[in-house]
Design a binder for this molecule. Structure first.
Ligand code: ADP
Ligand SMILES: N[C@@H](CCOP(=O)(O)O)C(=O)O
Length: 315
């Protein structure tokens, strides 16, 4: 029987934690914003089919599809520990736009590896699987970062600790916040958005950013929503990336004027997020972003909440 694994979109960095923070997100209307990978038995050693709205944006050569690479890596690791790889067929439903800042590659990687692991009766632990996810994400973006794959896989807000045997640990977060996510419909490559960042930062910027991140984590644990939102500031990436986004400074100010608690770039963009304290504010932000940030028909806006489940089997 076929198994279908859904892996949700994620918003990395949250402004304050470059490569260190990421949250899984899901639209409040119940729609699925993420990729699905279906796995089933086959009489061939391996088959891969890609379907879905964004399939036309995937690399033409199947070997370049990250789902194919996930299969190869999983098989190598399984053989290394004496396991046997079953004959199987994967179907990727590519629902997430590529280069969107919503962890599109992470959705495919996570859905594929979770499906493969379940199909083989879970030979790998969560952290072993997550390590493979980070390796695959690193091939795409140029360096390993877990801030999309970790929340996409495990759900909630994750802090990348990368020590003591844990790649990440969950942080208590503010489930009452509404996340308004606006994808303008243009593509920004994560690898390119990383390449434009400075190689070094001033001591003052390093000190300030450490203070913001420390205060943010403290605010999460002590349930101070206002302090957490105030600390969502970015001296590492946003000042250098904002030029890649259409009218970002003006739109950010417009969102703040409408009462957004925090506004920033989701991942490496071009999606931006605005956090609202309640649904009424979220709806105003939705209308504003619809008129002022979307660039073409590919663009979309979703009012979301944190997805605390992460990757999961669906019917
Ligand atoms: N299944 C896949 N899903 C998304 N991107 C893929 C996939 N397979 C290969 N790729 C490639 O990975 C790169 C993803 O770009 P990136 O800017 O990192 O997107 P995102 O930030 O949305 O994950 C693109 O070059 C794309 O062609
Ligand atoms: N920390 C990374 C996150 C990239 O997220 P994506 O959704 O744009 O892939 C970065 O900021 O480069």
């Amino acid at each position: 029987m076929a198994l279908r694994i859904y892996a949700p979109a994620s918003s990395a960095n949250l402004s304050v934690g470059f490569d260190s923070l990421g949250t899984a997100i899901s639209p409040i209307d119940g729609s699925l914003l993420g990729d699905v990978v279906q796995i089933e038995e086959s009489d061939q050693p391996f088959e891969l089919e890609s379907v879905g709205y964004f399939v036309r944006k995937l690399p033409k050569e199947p070997q370049k599809n990250i789902v194919y690479q996930a299969y190869v890596l999983f098989s190598e690791r399984l053989k290394l520990r004496g396991g046997e790889v079953k004959k199987l067929r994967l179907t990727l439903e590519k629902n997430m736009p590529i280069g969107s800042g919503l962890g599109s590659s992470a959705c495919s990687i996570v859905a594929a590896l979770v499906a493969l692991n379940q199909f083989h009766a879970e030979p790998f632990s969560k952290m072993e699987l997550l390590e493979m996810m980070g390796e695959l994400e690193g091939r795409i973006s140029g360096s390993i970062h877990y801030d999309n794959v970790a929340p996409c896989y495990l759900g909630g807000l994750q802090l990348m600790t990368q020590s003591l045997g844990n790649i990440c640990q969950p942080l208590p977060f503010f489930d009452e916040w509404y996340w308004v996510l606006a994808y303008p419909g243009i593509e920004v490559s994560t690898a390119e958005a990383r390449a434009i960042l400075p190689k070094t930062y001033t001591r003052q910027d390093v000190i300030s950013q450490a203070r913001y991140l420390g205060s943010f984590v403290h605010a999460c644990h002590s349930r101070q929503a206002q302090l957490a939102a105030l600390m969502m500031k970015d001296l590492v990436a946003e000042p250098y990336r904002e030029a890649l986004l259409p009218n970002f400074p003006e739109v950010r100010q417009g969102c703040k004027d409408l009462g957004a608690l925090a506004v920033g770039i989701s991942g490496s963009g071009p999606t931006m997020f605005a956090i609202a304290p309640d649904l009424a504010h979220a709806q105003k932000l939705y209308s504003y972003l619809e008129s002022n940030y979307l660039q073409n028909n590919e663009g979309f806006i979703h009012i979301c909440k944190v997805d605390n489940q992460g990757a999961r089997a669906i019917g």
